[in-house]
Write a protein that binds this ligand. Structure first.
Ligand code: SF4
Length: 326
């Protein structure tokens, strides 16, 4: 019998709203519910502005939740904590950013950037131990000891992302939020960074939340994928199932936009072009948030918000086409 999957993160009805002015509230994340299992990569996908980065930061505890709950290894991320508990949670959960250049202090050497977490968490007893650890981390991510005393501007984009990964690994985390870690890189470098992340996951048993704006990027790394639209999760499935049988009209449109390797298939396949722009999260549509752009919209779609249902095993969708409201 297969071993039951162990949940490392449980996210329930998570909301993160921002007050814009006296009257308006921007609902960046508006009720996300999903779990992340130990050792898996959960890909979180959606167009820019859909709330996925805000969701990642709120899950990490970098933003307070407006409502809802995130629990990491059974403990609430947002509840009040002792200094010791806070330190442990910030050690266990790390982040890799989209723009490694902007996230690396230009005035610090690579050694000091990587060792920051080691210092904060007191993970090296001597300077020698600290230096050895930094060199080991540089080698782990495909760099070497000679790079330790250089500054971020001396590196290429791909190398800088490797430095960002080494910095995240320095405190030996269990869970990493990778926020568009390859979007700013050349296509030729993207696969190298994805392969490095996969290798590290295997060696260290890491769990990833991998955020991306297009489905082709998460395909090769994710075990499961969640698709977000306007602060809501519209579909969650295993990676294979999502690519083979997307249920939600929005996922279908996103997938139809990915170019195919086979030129014959590429020429004959049907593209779903979405009309209009993503509505403002300050004033989202009534009912289904996707209804203003959905080619399948029905009368019920403006009246009732679709429930997130498990249409088939491990494949969840929020759409009136599935369920009994038709
Ligand atoms: Fe389209 Fe209606 Fe489904 Fe929303 S609920 S995705 S509008 S069919």
């Amino acid at each position: 019998m297969a071993k039951p999957r162990e949940k490392i993160l449980e996210i329930k009805e998570l909301k993160r709203h921002f007050k814009v002015d006296r009257k308006n509230v921007l609902k960046a994340v508006d009720g996300l519910t999903f779990d992340i299992y130990k050792g898996e990569t959960f890909g979180l996908v959606g167009e820019s502005g859909c709330g996925k980065s805000t969701a990642g930061r709120t899950i990490m505890g970098l933003y307070q939740a407006t409502d809802g709950e995130v629990s990491f290894k059974g403990a609430s991320v947002h509840a009040k904590k002792s200094k010791k508990q806070l330190k442990e949670i910030t050690r266990s959960m790390q982040m890799i950013f989209q723009d490694p250049y902007a996230s690396l202090n230009p005035r610090m050497t690579v050694k000091d950037i990587i060792a920051e977490g080691i210092d904060i968490h007191g993970l090296a007893k001597t300077k020698r131990e600290r230096d050895d650890r930094v060199i080991e981390l540089l080698e782990t991510v495909g760099l070497n000891a000679e790079h330790a005393n250089r500054y971020p501007h001396e590196f290429s984009g791909g190398q800088r992302q490797r430095i960002g990964i080494a910095r995240a690994l320095a405190v030996d985390p269990d869970f990493i939020v990778a926020d568009e870690p390859i979007s700013a890189l050349d296509v030729s470098i993207q696969a190298q960074v994805v392969n490095l992340l996969k290798k590290l996951q295997k060696e260290r048993g890491l769990t990833y939340l991998f955020i991306a704006h297009d489905l082709s990027m998460v395909k090769h790394i994710s075990d499961r994928v969640g698709v977000m639209y306007l602060g809501n999760m519209v579909e969650i499935s295993t990676s294979n199932d999502l690519y083979e049988e997307p249920l939600h009209p929005y996922t279908q449109a996103l997938l139809s936009a990915i170019p195919m390797a086979d030129p014959q298939v590429e020429r004959t396949r049907e593209r779903i072009i979405l009309e209009g722009d993503v509505p403002s999260p300050i004033n989202p549509p009534s009912g289904c948030p996707f209804r203003t752009r959905c080619p399948m919209a029905m009368e019920i779609c403006s009246k009732a918000e679709p429930q997130f249902i498990e249409h088939k095993k491990d494949h969840w969708v929020a759409c009136h086409l599935y369920g009994d409201k038709r």
